[in-house]
Design a protein around this ligand. Sequence first.
Ligand SMILES: Cc1cc2nc3c(=O)[nH]c(=O)nc-3n(C[C@H](O)[C@H](O)[C@H](O)COP(=O)(O)OP(=O)(O)OC[C@H]3O[C@@H](n4cnc5c(N)ncnc54)[C@H](O)[C@@H]3O)c2cc1C
Length: 412
Amino acid sequence: MNILIIGAGPAGVTAAETLRQYDRQAQIVMLSAEPYPPYSPPAMVEYFHTGREVHFWRGQDWAQRLGVDYRPGTHVRSVNPQDSTVLLEGGQSLTYERLLIATGGRLYAPIPGSDLPGIYNFKSLSAAEALLKLVKAKEARTALIVGAGFVGVEIALLLADLGVQVTQLVRSRVMRAMLDPETAEIVLQAIQQRGIQVLRGEDADAVAFEGQTRAAGVRLRSGKVLTADVLVAATGLRPNIEFLAGSGIETKWGIRVDDHQRTNFPAIYAAGDVAETVDRITGERYVHAIFPNAVTQGQVVAYNMLGWDMAYEGADSMNSLKHLGLPVMAVGLMEGEELRLRRGGILRKLFLQDGRIVGFRLVGDVSAAGIYRSLMNRRTDVSAFKQHLLEPGFGMGYLTELAAWPGAGLAA
Ligand SMILES: Cc1cc2nc3c(=O)[nH]c(=O)nc-3n(C[C@H](O)[C@H](O)[C@H](O)COP(=O)(O)OP(=O)(O)OC[C@H]3O[C@@H](n4cnc5c(N)ncnc54)[C@H](O)[C@@H]3O)c2cc1C
């Protein structure tokens, strides 16, 4: 089988590894627009902090070890499903029997000019290197970050730690899509304590230009213009799908896939931040751009390419802040019956619908995350023991005892 993978992020890498595990003969070609070995974006932050190359999570010789024909620095310009070819930036054309599109996404802000020169990104290693080069050269002493989504907060913390004076524009609350107001307030205070200036309730209207070519600042709705040495647009993530225009591959926000990660062309699959899949709990279509989803989707693609008929269970909605100095975890929905415990620096919030956990927010102590997630994903009815859920020691020990209770829904 001749398999072509576009993208060397966690989705592409996991697909290649899973394929190779079960098919020693398949010809696997993997393309990446960037000039590096496969890397882990979450580990980039630690790399820029310490200089240790922890982001090359599979090792620099990954492709040779696996027998993958890896072609870094290869940008795909278009895909033609009619004749099963992919056209590269240099004009060369490649054929495939099975194609995986795993091109990820990039940060953006929904304001005019946010994609133009002078606006920096941090979603890929190339983009992060370009930004950090300025910081190291002391050409970026001030930074303005539009938006406070998960990655926007991580960038703000990193830049502040590297001595950059950071201002962050927050329209309503930090990580609005993931955090309830109370949890968001705790995160906001922690960010401010790290020296980041947060402008709350401020709405960016457009990028302000210098000589019409380069972004120099951001104009607020009030008309005020804020400037900084570097600007980062980070309200959300936009999947990298522009090169699919005219291909006939169905896209909406991301690439539309069925429960086998297949596009509307049976030989073409999509996985990771570029793919629009269903949420595990709500069943709604969404791009849940996190590492574990990319990995699981990559596995599902590989199994289906091997002919194993494997359905994807649905994406997890989950985030944890790693560099805040305070453990924070947000999983699933923020609607329904709310169970809450606040004790000292610890906040635990669980959201229940029909007696089942549909989401939770943890601050200060995230040790119960595993058991809550397990109950949530198994759709366990927790009504019979919900008064115990918030107790500090709640965990497997409790469940073993509770399993004996009639009506607990936990008996084997
Ligand atoms: C700073 C940061 C911190 C993060 N922290 C976490 C975390 O703590 N936990 C978590 O779960 N998630 C985290 N994420 C998100 C996580 O990294 C992504 O969900 C994950 O990397 C998605 O994997 P992917 O394979 O879909 O795409 P990506 O990792 O984005 O890889 C995309 C690949 O496609 C290539 N590509 C793109 N366009 C083309 C083209 N036209 N031609 C050829 N190649 C192309 C790129 O070069 C790259 O190799 C973080 C992200 C960032 C940026």
